[in-house]
Every structure is written in C-alpha cells, then in structure tokens.
Design a protein around this ligand. Structure first.
Ligand code: PGA
Length: 250
C-alpha cells in the first residue's frame, strides 16, 4: 500500500514570520494517518518549519540542495545540514530549477544520491513542455529524465523515494492536465521503473502529479490508480486551501 502524499511547494514565497502564521493556522487540522502532509519551503524558512512541524503529522521538505555535503560552494544549501536540522524530504529537479538555473539530469542524479546518503528522501520532478507533448515526444522525454535521475540508485532507495510528474504547461497556468492525461504518464513512469528495477519496486514508489492541483480537482486526480498524490504550488500557500487538500479523503 502506497501512502498518499500531498506536498506543498511554496517556491520563493513566504518569510519565517509568514511560515509561522501558516503553521499556526493549520494546527490540529492535518489527518493523523492515511495521508502524508508535506510542506516544501524556501531555505530561509526551514528552521521555523521544522520547529513547527515537530510533534505534528506534518513532514518537511527543502526545495533544493547541493550534491556535496560541505565546502566552498557559496550560496548553496548543504544536504547534510538539512538532514541534521531534521528535514524529511528535498524536492529536486523542479522544472523551474532546470529552466532558470540550468540544472541537468546529471546534477539531479548526484543530488538524489547525496540526499539519500543523508537519510532524507528526494522528491524527483520530471515533466515535458507543451511543444514536446504536441510533437508526441512527451513519454520518451519523461522516461529519459527518470532513467537519468535514478542511475546508480538501488531498488530499495528508489522504492522509498518520491517522483513528481509535472507537465510544464500545467504549472502555475491554471491548466491542469486532465486526470486521464496525468494517470497515463504516471503509469508510463511506473512501467519505466519496473523495467529499470522490478515490478515490486515500481509498485512501492510513490508517484505524484503536479500542475495546478487545487481543492476542486484533487479528488478526481487522487482517484486514479497510479497517482499517489500531488505536488502543489499555488494552492498550498493558503492554509485553508492546504488543509482542504490534505483532507481530500473526508
Ligand atoms: P502549481 O505549481 O500548483 O502552482 O501549478 C506546481 C509546482 O510547480 O510544483
């Protein structure tokens, strides 16, 4: 049984004070079991986030980390330090990081390995552009991203990790992929994992959909067989909307 995940991705939004206000607003409103509620926040907010999540069901995520533990890498975030702070997950390979910060599949693979080595779990993002989809190249592109991201990572580690399929054309645009489109690609990703590893590993890995997920469409997406959750940007920033998302089963 794969436990569903609702993971917020605040991107470059909220300061520590706003983070605390959000945490105060959601207090006592998260499901105790059945769904894993995660918030991914900017590095400057993580101390507040981790302190506020302690003793609650909320899990925490950083939005990026470097692939070395420490050293002369000005401005980067150490995965070792994140782990020592108590972070549970790190989102890597988000399309915004690939597009604006020129992250490559190789960087993402190295980051995934370093995150796992530090006893956190990666949320590995993948997804195609509208152009690629219209040219019929989406499946090859996405499965290629996954193959590169997981290269050299053990089956046991992948089974614990999380993948997020986020078609770029659906991110922040209000244009959700239909539940069928999302299911179709998430299934293709699971099949890819089965061919790279084995069916058991593929059946254990949680694969999320991301791109304009909101309280109004979360149920339909979550009803799909292969979709194990959502990576949510815009709709995760308002506490009321986040609480509605994580309680989608009610
Ligand atoms: P969105 O962002 O929900 O605002 O479309 C999703 C994401 O980029 O993770």
């Amino acid at each position: 049984m794969r436990t569903p995940i609702i993971a917020g991705n605040w991107k470059m939004n909220k300061n520590p004070k706003e983070t605390q206000e959000f945490l105060d607003s959601i207090k006592g409103k998260l499901p105790e079991s059945g769904v894993e509620a995660i918030i991914g926040a900017p590095a400057i907010d993580l101390t507040t986030l981790v302190a506020g999540a302690e003793g609650t069901p909320l899990k925490t995520a950083a939005e990026n980390s470097y692939f070395e533990d420490a050293g002369a890498f000005t401005g980067e975030t150490s995965p070792k330090a994140l782990s020592e702070m108590g972070l549970d997950y790190v989102i890597i390979g988000h399309s915004e990081r690939r597009q604006y910060f020129k992250e490559t599949d190789e960087d993402i693979n190295k980051k995934a390995k370093t995150i796992l080595k530090n006893n956190m779990l990666p949320i590995i993002c993948c997804g195609e552009t509208l152009e690629q989809r219209e040219a019929g190249k989406a499946e090859d592109w996405v499965t290629g991203q996954i193959e590169n991201a997981v290269a050299g990572i053990s089956a046991a580690d992948i089974a614990k990790s999380v993948i997020a399929y986020e078609p770029i054309w659906a991110i922040g645009t209000g244009k959700t992929a239909t539940a069928d489109q999302a299911q179709e690609m998430v299934h293709v990703i699971r099949e890819k994992l089965a061919s790279l590893y084995d069916q058991d590993t593929a059946d254990k890995t949680r694969i999320l959909y991301g791109g304009s997920v909101k309280p109004a469409n979360v149920k339909e997406l979550m009803a799909k067989e292969d979709i194990d959750g959502g990576l949510v940007g815009g709709a995760s920033m308002d506490p009321e909307s986040y609480v509605a998302l994580v309680n989608y089963q009610k």
